[in-house]
Design a protein around this ligand. Structure first.
Ligand code: NAD
Length: 311
């Protein structure tokens, strides 16, 4: 496993990292034992960075992850969780200082740890960005002084929310998802900006939240029907060549050295093992070119997330 520095944090994170949203049964029904085995498989293979949120499975993912981490020395992995998002609707977001402060204590209790390495404001495009700058991040900095969190980051889909916040307040990391994968590479445009500020870049969802798998995206996936159809065509093309599109998708995202780490989610230990093997295998450049051509009509097609003014 290769490790990289995450911005200015001093964290030396594995290039492939573990996204724990699957532990909350967001893609399919998952048993606790299955989820715990997947976390242990990831750690055994050298993955040292785990990302979760109280939102995933409405606290279930954090609870299952806490059980998995019970037997693991705290200094052998980095842990990130989030604040501000507690459900699917607009009214389920709360970035107030009071709520996020309580939220961190709730997460620490579920996770069974004394601190998290990164606390991230979850999907800030659903909030008022000025509140994030003036109230939420200062509240999280207070928790940093108390030793409950080591670093502070932000997450979201529309890329402009990152620069709006980072122009106004110091942040340590950003987590971007679905903006650097086979069908969307928009995140690269912001790399120089983040590098100049020494902000650590966490790239999430290299499989496009299931879009770039043989199973296809779950029903709740917000991308267009056209994009689903074209991605299914690309998956079929790969299958015809004896390759799982998930392999190519993972290799494509991991081939970019500008991201400290790429978060992939799965609650299957076998898939964790497969992902590490795929990461180490050479990428089929010819197949990549063919797939990029199939996906060209939907390149950088994304969806509106959160408040219209934040898109
Ligand atoms: P992903 O692109 O990693 O895709 C996950 C899907 O791919 C799941 O259905 C999983 O079963 C499947 N998969 C994984 N390995 C596979 C394999 N080897 N073969 C076939 N299928 C495989 O999307 P994700 O899980 O949403 O993203 C990864 C992580 O990034 C999340 O768990 C979360 O921690 C983080 N994330 C954060 C945000 C945010 O903060 N707003 C958003 C998205 C993701």
């Amino acid at each position: 496993m290769e490790y990289r520095q995450l911005g200015k944090t001093g964290m030396n994170v594995s290039v492939l990292s573990y996204g724990a949203s699957s532990l909350g049964s967001v893609f399919r029904r998952v048993t606790e034992a299955e989820g715990i085995a997947a976390v242990h498989a990831a750690l055994d293979l050298g993955i040292n960075f785990i990302d979760v949120s109280p939102f995933y499975g409405l606290t279930v993912a954090e609870t299952v992850l806490g059980k998995a981490l019970k037997s693991i020395p705290r200094d052998s992995y980095y842990l990130a969780t989030k604040v501000g998002r507690y459900g699917y609707k607009m009214e389920d977001f709360d970035f107030s200082a009071e709520r996020v402060t309580a939220s961190v204590d709730e997460s620490l209790a579920r996770l069974g740890v004394d601190y998290v390495d990164i606390i991230q404001c979850h999907d800030i495009e659903f909030g008022n960005l000025d509140q994030i700058v003036e109230e939420t991040i200062p509240a999280l900095r207070k928790l940093q002084q108390q030793g409950k969190v080591r670093f502070v980051g932000i997450t979201g889909l529309p890329l402009k929310v990152f620069t709006y916040v980072a122009d106004r307040v110091e942040i340590d990391t950003i987590l971007s998802y679905c903006r650097y994968e086979l069908n969307d590479t928009a995140l690269v445009d912001l790399v120089p900006y983040f590098q100049q500020k020494n902000i650590g870049i966490i790239n999430a969802s290299p499989l496009g939240m299931g879009l770039l798998t043989q199973r296809g995206a779950p029903d709740w996936h917000p991308i267009s029907a056209e994009a689903r159809q074209i991605c299914a065509k690309a998956a079929e093309h790969c299958a015809g060549k004896g390759v799982d599109i998930a392999q190519l998708a993972l290799q494509f995202s991991l081939a970019n050295p500008d991201f400290a780490t790429t978060l992939i989610g799965t609650a299957s230990a076998a898939n964790v093992q497969k992902n590490v093997q795929w990461m180490e295998a050479p990428m089929d450049e010819q197949l990549l070119a063919e797939v990029l051509e199939i996906l060209a009509p939907i390149h950088n097609q994304t969806w509106v997330s959160g408040r219209p003014e934040n898109n």
